[in-house]
Design a protein around this ligand. Structure first.
Ligand SMILES: [Zn+2]
Length: 421
């Protein structure tokens, strides 16, 4: 396959005002779900606020987008959306005002697009975590955010939703029907406050505004999830046994999470905790325990996935995925490498060294048919890489990406405060 001749997504197309005939549609399509979940939107310092402004939202489920549409009513926004969100509906998304981005690439064109939205007098809507939260807690924020806010000189508004992960967790999207859900919309900075603050101070406030924990939220409110298969899929995030330490041996059935290596079983309670006969564990704590283990491997210089057989699908444009071919993925102390040969016998390769990637996007059971994958991007292409017939956890690769990057920052004498990359 000659990759040079493939049609590429036009990343330079200027952002549009939401087309007048679609303006009611974004609200009409969002309202039923928001009504169903009886979402309570609490607004702070929002009196008299008019576009243009920057809207920064946390990201747990597609429902986030619907709540945002209702929160900004009667205005519309230009959201930044990853290219996979555009598949098969590019025309519509462009008319609605969406701006396309390839995840975790450093993209000067995107900054120009954001400036244009603000010049148009519109709301630029960004999910700065750039991926769905894996277990309902904050993901790392880019350190460039503070500079961006200072550059734009417009109000910075945060929209933090609670309950969306509990309603439809990333590891098993089945909707649990949680109600009420909550959202907090706050003017974090006025233009005057931005001018007076350093970019470090802006970042610090953003990181603290973005602290959320959906499982703590569920427990505090006593919200019960009675879905009988509520534990199924949890092993995607909790891939390492908390009891014996074995990796890739966790499994789930009904309300149980268990280890196939040692046989230990936990009950996933209606209040979102894991219980055995002795103790109760929180999912985000288990996840952070896994992170600490990955960090130890990285610090010791031992992290290495080994060479994994993979199927690679590419997304050069927003029409459809193209099967690139079979190859080998390795994630190690040097970062990611993917190499393979396509059906025509042409080689393909993508290298993502550690400094180029502060985090990465993963998917579980993508589109319900392809399995788990890692999503790696260049400015021109997006590859969904599916390991198969081997032991692996894409969650571990995501954790290792962040820990490798943080180690590189520390070793280069430029560490970031917690929560920033
Ligand atoms: Zn075990």
């Amino acid at each position: 396959m000659n990759q040079q001749t493939l049609e590429r997504f036009d990343m330079k197309a200027p952002p549009m005002h939401t087309a007048w005939y679609l303006r009611p549609l974004t609200h009409v399509l969002s309202a039923p779900d928001v009504l169903f979940h009886r979402t309570k939107i609490k607004k702070t310092r929002m009196e008299g606020l008019k576009p243009p402004y920057l809207l920064l939202c946390n990201h747990n489920a597609f429902f986030d987008f619907k709540v945002a549409m209702m929160a900004i009513y009667p205005h519309c926004a230009n959201p930044i959306v990853a290219i996979d969100g555009f598949i098969g509906r590019e025309w519509l998304l462009r008319k609605v005002g969406c701006i396309c981005k390839r995840k975790f690439t450093s993209d000067m064109m995107l900054v120009k697009q954001i400036i244009k939205v603000i010049e148009n007098g519109d709301i630029c809507m960004i999910y700065p975590e750039a991926r769905y939260s894996l277990c309902g807690t904050t993901a790392v924020l880019p350190a460039s955010l503070g500079s961006l806010c200072k550059l734009l000189k417009v109000p910075v508004v945060t929209l933090i939703c609670h309950g969306h992960h509990i309603d439809s967790p990333f590891w098993n999207l089945h909707k649990r029907g949680i109600k009420p859900t909550e959202a907090e919309m706050t003017v974090l900075f006025t233009p005057e406050e931005l001018a007076a603050a350093s970019k470090e101070a802006i970042n610090e406030r953003l990181v603290s505004a973005f602290q959320y924990d959906d499982y703590a939220w569920q427990k505090e409110r006593g919200i019960r999830v009675t879905y009988p298969k509520r534990a199924e899929g949890l092993e995607k995030v909790l891939y390492q046994c908390r009891h014996c330490g074995a990796e890739y041996r966790m499994a789930s059935r009904g309300t149980e999470l268990f280890c196939r290596a040692c046989g230990k079983t936990w009950q996933y309670t209606e209040l979102g905790e894991l219980q055995d006969e002795k103790e109760t564990l929180r999912i985000p704590d288990w996840y952070e325990w896994e992170r600490a283990n990955v960090k130890k491997e990285v610090e010791a210089g031992l992290y290495d996935s080994g060479e994994l057989p993979v199927t690679v699908r590419s997304l050069p444009n927003a029409k459809r995925f193209i099967l690139l071919g079979e190859g080998k993925l390795r994630h190690s102390m040097d970062g990611f490498s993917v190499r393979g040969v396509d059906a025509d016998g042409d080689p393909f390769e993508m290298l993502k060294p550690v400094p180029s990637l502060y985090s990465c996007h993963i998917e579980y059971e993508y589109l319900g048919k392809f399995g788990d994958c890692v999503d790696l991007n260049t400015l021109e292409d997006t590859w969904y890489i599916y390991p198969h017939d081997c032991d692996f956890a894409v969650t571990k690769m995501a954790l290792a990406t962040e820990e490798l990057y943080q180690k590189w920052r520390r070793d280069s004498g430029k560490p970031n405060p917690p929560g920033l990359a």
